[in-house]
Design a protein around this ligand. Structure first.
Ligand code: ADP
Ligand code: ZN
Length: 601
């Protein structure tokens, strides 16, 4: 952090300090010294000394009487009492006496003391504190009240384009509409189309969310304003809100433009109803919501925000008209990792026989930031070894270094785990495809997802209909058990990877018995009612303990039948299972069509 040079400042501050010292001395030290030599006596002593004529000078003040003895050697003081003829007695005693003249402080001085001085003191303390708090360079001075504190990036400053962000094709496709809009907001305005005001970039750290936001600004050639949610939380109450207000004021002036809020979860966490809530965060969040509601959808300001914990966000933020569009920015797959390595390899001098595919394969589970780090570590290693060129071995070596750093975070799968997950996912897909003779609708992947699932296969298209037949539900249960069934066949052992499948399959089977009337035993008797349809759909049982036992038995039977069916399907197609699992293991992500092509070969 650089100190801001300002030659005028020290002078002002030193004078303030000197002034403070003088005033303190006057207010505290001088009276104390004076008091030290004055002996306090009771009023009776004062009266008798007066009556005896043993008194010299007398000064009557509003709250005390200060007097001396005849020889003016000792000073005394006593409290003031109601004594109407004191003056007469003092006169008789021949004392020199006077009453205090209440000093009228000069209006200028009192104005200085009550107004100017405190303000100077506050500014001075504030400056010291803000210097301590200053983290992000001179622009983030906390006491820069109402002043510009959002960092402005223009194209020339960063110049990041979509090309620099590798392997996030879906996210880029999603965001390119916004680029189009920023290019020509008028076109959208004319037709009456509203761009979303806010877009939430959701994904693990280091996957390029910040880069993507910058790239949108870079592609559209518009200013880029950014701030980080965590910057707010450390500040005084009210500062965050004023920063948000300021940011939007600037943005509206510079529209069309991009406003990027990193780590939005830091301010946008679900609000708790307790009284110990973080006032600062709430004020900031409320200000953000107010700003978002305040501007028209078409004024050319697009707010991008990044988070890696979308589920913790306050629902108020994700309501329509706010951050109502969500763009997943997931960990890169094999191809993505290869591309990211290539992008970063452009910046270093590399031997030409480097096999990027091999390196990418070795770094499965790594994020973009980690891959960038791997390339950099490799370059450092080359320098350490006095080489002018980075070799494949450097890259391989640095994977170990970087991976050792993040393996603890379990972001990465071991090779064996990758095999298991590949079989598991193909198991789901194969059971689904064989039952309905159609392709899986979504991609099949073994790249860990934000949701925590190791991979996913969403079944064959069910046409999104509202009614499901008994057979369809049974098929769905079979598909859910297909993952585990494939593991059993291929490895003759089972893993914890199927926990979510088990939960879903059980739920379905249970609903068949208790709610859909799909078992012969219970016919059309409602055994369970949904009590809380909008909040998770809790159910409550409405039957005897004996019936409950019967239900449980029936649920187990239903799931077991489907599980056996899945095993049968996979056993019959064992060769395809192996082939597809190997294919997925190698490619990490495959589409439904690719799956069908291999299956039907
Ligand atoms: P996030 O905002 O998701 O945490 P960043 O955008 O800050 O991640 O990425 C950090 C760094 O990692 C970037 O500066 C870049 O060097 C590298 N990086 C991350 N993702 C990618 C990517 N998809 N392509 C190229 N580089 C990437
Ligand atoms: Zn599964």
């Amino acid at each position: 952090m650089k100190e801001i040079k300002n030659p005028k400042r020290p002078l002002v501050y030193y004078s303030v300090i000197v002034l403070l010292v003088i005033i303190a001395f006057n207010l505290i030290a001088v009276p104390a010294m004076a008091n030290a030599q004055v002996k306090e006596v009771d009023y009776g002593t004062f009266m008798s000394m007066t009556d005896k004529g043993d008194i010299g000078k007398v000064q009557v003040e509003s709250n005390q009487i200060i007097f001396t003895d005849k020889a003016n050697q000792n000073f005394y003081k006593t409290g003031v009492m109601y004594d109407p003829d004191l003056v007469a007695r003092l006169h008789d005693a021949g004392a020199t006496f006077s009453s205090e003249i209440v000093e009228q402080t000069s209006p200028l001085l009192s104005f200085f003391l009550t107004w100017i001085l405190p303000i100077l003191v506050f500014v001075w303390i504030g400056d010291i504190m803000s210097k301590k708090m200053m983290k992000g360079g001179p622009n983030s001075l906390a006491f820069n009240m109402g002043g510009s504190s959002a960092k402005v990036y223009v194209k020339s400053a960063d110049g990041i384009k979509f090309d620099d962000v590798a392997g996030e094709e879906e996210a880029k496709e999603n965001l390119s509409e916004i680029v189009e809009y920023l290019h020509d907001p008028e076109r959208y305005r004319e037709i009456g189309a509203n761009m979303p005001k806010g877009v939430l970039l959701v994904g693990p750290p280091g996957t390029g969310k910040t880069m993507l936001a910058k790239a949108v600004a870079g592609e559209a050639n518009v200013p880029f304003f950014s701030m980080s949610g965590s910057e707010f939380v450390e500040m005084f109450v009210g500062m965050g809100a004023s920063k948000v207000r300021d940011l939007f004021k600037q943005a509206k002036e510079k529209a069309p433009c991009i406003v990027f809020i990193d780590e939005i979860d830091a301010i946008g966490k679900k609000r708790q109803g307790n009284m110990y809530g973080n006032d600062e965060r709430e004020q900031t969040l409320n200000q953000l919501l107010t700003e978002m509601d305040g501007f028209e959808g078409n004024n050319g300001v697009i707010i991008l925000a990044a988070t890696n914990q979308p589920e913790s966000l306050d629902p108020a933020l994700t309501r329509p008209g706010r951050f109502d569009r969500r763009v997943p920015v997931e960990l890169p797959d094999l191809k993505g990792r290869e591309d990211i390595l290539k992008v970063h390899a452009r910046k270093i001098r590399l031997a030409d026989n480097v096999d990027f595919n091999k390196i990418a394969r070795m770094a499965s589970g790594a994020s973009g930031a980690e891959l960038a780090n791997i390339v950099n570590e490799a370059a450092l290693r080359a320098v350490r070894n006095n080489r002018k060129i980075v070799e494949e071995a450097d890259l391989e070596e640095s994977i170990e270094i970087v991976i050792a750093g993040y393996q603890k975070k379990n972001a990465i799968l071991t090779d064996h785990e990758k095999h298991i997950v590949a079989y598991h996912e193909i198991g789901h897909a194969l059971v689904a495809a064989k039952q309905t003779n159609s392709a899986p609708v979504q991609k099949i992947t073994i790249v860990p997802r934000t949701s925590g699932a190791l991979g996913y296969t969403m079944q064959v298209d069910e046409g999104n209909h509202y009614l499901m037949t008994r057979e369809e539900i049974e098929n769905k249960i079979a598909t859910l058990t297909g993952g585990r069934a494939a593991e059993e066949l291929a490895f003759n052992s089972v893993t914890t990877g199927a926990s979510n499948d088990i939960e879903q399959a059980t739920k379905l089977a249970r609903a068949m018995v208790t709610r859909y009337g799909m078992s012969d035993e219970f016919d059309m008797v409602a055994l369970e009612t949904v009590t809380n349809q909008y909040l998770g759909g809790d159910t409550s049982l409405a039957c005897s303990a004996d019936t409950q036992r019967e239900i449980d038995r029936k649920v187990v039977e239903l799931v077991k039948t489907q599980h056996d069916k899945a095993i049968k399907i996979l056993t019959e197609n064992r060769a395809k299972l192996d082939e597809l699992a190997k294919y997925l293991y190698e490619k990490e992500t495959i589409t439904g069509e690719e799956f069908m092509k291999v299956l039907e070969d």
